[in-house]
Ligand binder design. Sequence first.
Ligand SMILES: Cc1cc2nc3c(=O)[nH]c(=O)nc-3n(C[C@H](O)[C@H](O)[C@H](O)COP(=O)(O)O)c2cc1C
Length: 371
Amino acid sequence: MSRLFEPLTLGSLRLANRIVIAPMCQYSARDGEAGDWHLIHLGHLALSGAGLMILEATAVSPEGRISPQDLGLYSDADEAALARVLKAVRAHSPMPVSIQLSHAGRKASSRPPWDGGAQIRPDEPDGWKTEAPSPVPHSPEEDPPLELDRAGLERVRGRFVRATERAARLGLDGIEIHGAHGYLLHQFLSPIANKRTDEYGGSLENRMRFPLEVYDAVRAAFPAEKPVWMRISATDWVPGGWDIEGTVALSKALKARGCAAIHVTTGGVSPEQAIKLGPGYQVPYARRVKAEVGLPTVAVGLITEPEQAEAIIADGEADAVSLARAMLYDPRWPWHAAAKLGARVSAPKQYWRSQPREYKDLFEAVSFGQR
Ligand SMILES: Cc1cc2nc3c(=O)[nH]c(=O)nc-3n(C[C@H](O)[C@H](O)[C@H](O)COP(=O)(O)O)c2cc1C
């Protein structure tokens, strides 16, 4: 029996298996609104048989977008556009859909990767002044962000709450708060980006304060039975930066507040990061969080092979795996994994006839006949 294909429960949400589609920015929205690209992209990923889909980093305010083309959930038009996409996805897929809510902080106002990914300075067309814990730019040559004052913090928290209310109205099945990859909440956690001297900077407790306040506010605004969790970078890969000890402390604080899981990634806060890349390179961090905190953990990063994913679950290193690039490259990855591991997977009835002869029992609930 495959462990990867065993169900997993997050709060009251049941995942049919432990394969998660990682959040992936598409830089293809207009004024935050999802369009036909999202319908096609999410539509075909929703047919993949994965246990859960996490929608891309979705900005809670216009200035919280990484790029001007980011998906957003800050206006009635954004909500209506996403409702259209979700309606189509749900009509054809039983897969639960969650959303990653995000604010990019000092990494906002950037060009999409295919246009180079550089900062768009506030005086350039489409650019804006960014905001962050401290007026320290991501790279020394960049335009520095404005330091968020008390009113600014309250405003950002309020934006997370409004977006959460919209996510609840859209019937989304869970919320992942983006606390990773050098975006706003990670900027509060990391001493590299957070130079504050008030109660939001300095000690570990102070640096965790704003991310925990945002968690509390989101949790309170989302239906109690549905899960809320956080994605955390477990290390900055820079000496003196945010690290695994802080990650464990934050995860314990989140657990005490009812957080459903931790999605363990790394890096993103500094261009000086020295990442040690390799297959499953972030899995040891997920293992530490799972062992020391006891919350369900999702491991991510260069998990590409079914046997590798199976071993991560079977060895108790994480409770689920999430895949990004491998899912784009092969959107039927969960079908192929199920075939290799002798498991079963849900597929749309329109595709049942594609079941290979050698995998007679691959698709669940198959029946067909013809005259
Ligand atoms: C196209 C693309 C877009 C991404 N966008 C996001 C995002 O919106 N939010 C996020 O937390 N990570 C994002 N990531 C990072 C992935 O979620 C994942 O952590 C990373 O790619 C490592 O996993 P992989 O080796 O399976 O690709 C993105 C990655 C890719 C390739």
